[in-house]
Design a protein around this ligand. Structure first.
Ligand code: GH3
Ligand code: MG
Ligand code: MG
Ligand code: MG
Length: 289
């Protein structure tokens, strides 16, 4: 666990560090609550925050709020508030501000360890739930919802002038593969294509439905995305699966689009979809942009 501890007193910080360090926790301490918040913002590995209520320039409650806002559904963060003045009002305010737990300051060793074991259980479970909610079980890729969310995040990071390529891929005549070889072989084909798509460096890969996939390529132009799509297209023609009557081969069709100014993820997706439809209608096993 990577823990950030915030308190105005260096002595208190030292005491807490001396309890946590020997237990293998990664600990960063701050006397300034804004610096602590900046650190949590930029270090996604932080999974727990222990803050005193009596900190500045952000109060302990403000720090709880701000950290809670950062820790959206995709980022588990367990917040423990501590105070030397424990009373019902302090406790209620801290929990209502997004804190998960409340301890006395300075905390006793056994209590602190037990609270952190609880924090570890909670954040592990949350991470596992996030993983399950985002993963397509058959292919192991991101599912449709998670994929589109990642594309939205990538578009936000890229900004209006940024580069972002989008490739949609669809297995050709997949119904035939299923009909001739059975659903199990069809499933193997989906898994095989999924693996091939993951070979593109830095690609964000998802299964959008049945035998349709998406690959987002942050930082790539339309030409670069087309080139990447052509490499996977060729790669897919070399895949072989053990079928009912000998080895099964397949081809895929691709639609490509790239980010342009004033665009939305929906319009980017739409253009790639139209290009994919075009690739299907002019003969399949090709890339259209
Ligand atoms: P096209 O070249 O135009 O894309 O034709 P197609 O046959 O690939 O496309 P179509 O949309 O007609 O058929 C897709 C088939 O994919 C139908 C559906 O039964 C099958 N399918 C969807 N999900 C799965 C799955 O998880 N496993 C298997 N084995 N088949 C699936
Ligand atoms: Mg279809
Ligand atoms: Mg298809
Ligand atoms: Mg399809």
């Amino acid at each position: 666990m990577h823990i950030v501890v915030v308190d105005p007193s260096r002595v208190v910080l030292k005491v807490i560090s001396s309890l946590l360090d020997p237990r293998g926790y990664i600990v960063n301490t701050f006397t300034d609550s804004r610096e602590a918040l900046d650190y949590i913002t930029t270090h996604r590995s932080v999974t727990a925050l222990i803050t005193s209520l009596e900190v500045r320039p952000l109060s302990g409650l403000e720090l709880c709020w701000s950290a809670r806002l950062l820790a959206d559904a995709h980022r588990p963060l367990y917040i423990i508030t501590m105070s030397s003045a424990r009373n019902a009002r302090n406790l209620a305010e801290a929990l209502d501000s997004g804190s998960d737990d409340f301890i006395d300051k300075p905390p006793g060793a056994e209590e602190l360890y037990a609270r952190l074991r609880a924090a570890d259980r909670m954040t592990r479970m949350q991470r596992e739930l996030i993983r399950l909610a985002e993963t397509d079980m058959l292919s192991g890729l991101l599912n449709r919802r998670a994929f589109l969310q990642r594309v939205t995040d990538a578009a936000e990071r890229a900004g209006d002038h940024g580069r972002l390529g989008l490739v949609l891929a669809d297995i050709d005549h997949f119904k035939r593969i299923n009909d001739e070889n059975g659903h199990d072989v069809g499933d193997l084909a989906i898994q095989g294509v999924a693996q091939a798509l993951c070979e593109i460096p830095d690609g964000i890969v998802g299964r959008l439905g049945g035998e349709e996939f998406g690959i987002a390529l942050p930082g790539r132009t339309l030409e670069e995305a087309e080139a990447a799509a052509n490499r996977i297209r060729l790669r897919c023609t070399h895949l072989r699966f053990k079928g009912a009557r000998g080895p099964v081969q397949l081809t895929c069709s691709f639609g490509v689009s790239a980010w342009s100014e004033g665009e939305t993820v929906a319009s980017l997706h739409k253009r790639a979809d139209i290009a994919l439809y075009e690739a299907k209608s002019i003969g399949r096993n090709r890339v259209v942009s």
